[in-house]
Design a protein around this ligand. Structure first.
Ligand code: HEM
Length: 264
């Protein structure tokens, strides 16, 4: 058997054959668009991999290692922001040349993105509606819906350490006391890592909407029908392109951590 080499280990022959632009006639920027999205999906895969490890660490009461890996999550999400700027070198007029070929495909359909949201507590069943024809994706999401989310793993750890965690109010009081009490340094650092991760994710949402607005103005998103079928035009989530995205900006993974800040 030949020695393992770089491209064999990384499966580069397979990986580099996965870019298939659709525009006819071909347009230069579609390759950029495909690669940027594929790279994001690879990072989403790593985020999920890290999240599962963090859950295991929290369940094992390993505060220090959980905190270290949450900081890794934040580093990954922090990278998402400059990565969008690569796409922002595309002109709206360049995007228009292949955008119609994408319909109704949209980032809205990213199963991994939705798995991350579900794992981090944003469990919204309505998103399952768009995976009726993709049973494997629906099953992955159902699994995340049924499993404990990030906050449950964290509060279970607090409970094992003697904190009362049965209501949001008691959780909030517990967090405030972690910040005030001497000797809880490791838990305090863990809380800081979690809120930083949450903050960074919000910053990505913010940058994504600004980039989308810069690219398409107030045109509808390519996933418009999908958004409408999940939420309906009259839903408070809004339904169209930027309007839908604007409604997602207030999403938070750990609202109790944010609420506790008021009392610090
Ligand atoms: C030209 C660049 C882009 C534009 C104009 C754009 C636009 C949009 C729009 C309008 C939506 C709302 C759904 C819809 O109407 O289709 C959306 C959703 C989304 N996009 Fe993008 N996007 C772009 C690039 C990206 C990239 C590079 C990613 C990385 C994976 C991404 C990930 C997502 C995700 C995850 C959603 C769902 C967000 C949510 O439901 O909270 N988008 N995008």
């Amino acid at each position: 058997m030949p020695d393992l080499d770089y491209k064999g280990y990384l499966k580069l022959d397979e990986l580099l054959k996965l870019q298939h632009p659709l525009a006819d006639p071909p347009t230069h920027d579609e390759t950029l668009f495909i690669i940027v999205h594929q790279v994001f999906e690879l990072w989403f895969k790593l985020v999920l991999h890290e999240i599962d490890k963090i859950f295991e660490m929290l369940d094992n009461d390993d505060v220090i290692e959980s905190e270290r890996l949450i900081r890794r999550l934040t580093s990954i999400i922090r990278l998402f922001i400059p990565k969008l700027s690569v796409l922002e070198t595309m002109m709206p007029s360049d995007f228009i040349q292949f955008r119609d070929r994408l319909r109704p495909a949209s980032g809205f359909q990213s199963v991994q993105f939705r798995q991350i949201e579900f794992a981090c507590g944003l469990k919204d069943r309505k998103y399952l509606g768009m995976f009726k024809n993709d049973p494997a994706a629906a099953a992955r999401l159902e699994k995340r819906l049924a499993e404990p989310a990030f906050w449950e793993h964290f509060t279970a750890l607090l409970h094992r350490r003697g904190y009362t965690t049965d209501t949001e109010e008691s959780q909030r009081q517990g967090i405030v006391s972690i910040y005030k009490r001497d000797g809880e340094h490791a838990l305090r650092v863990l809380c800081e890592a979690m809120i930083e991760y949450d903050e960074m994710f919000s910053l990505w949402r913010e940058h994504h909407i600004r980039m989308a607005q810069r690219m398409i103005g107030s045109k509808t998103g390519t996933g418009q029908q999908l958004v409408e079928s999940a939420y309906g035009k009259t839903s408070p989530m809004g339904s169209i392109g930027i309007e839908y995205l604007a409604q997602t900006l207030n999403k938070k993974f750990f609202p109790v951590l944010w609420a506790a800040r008021t009392e610090m």
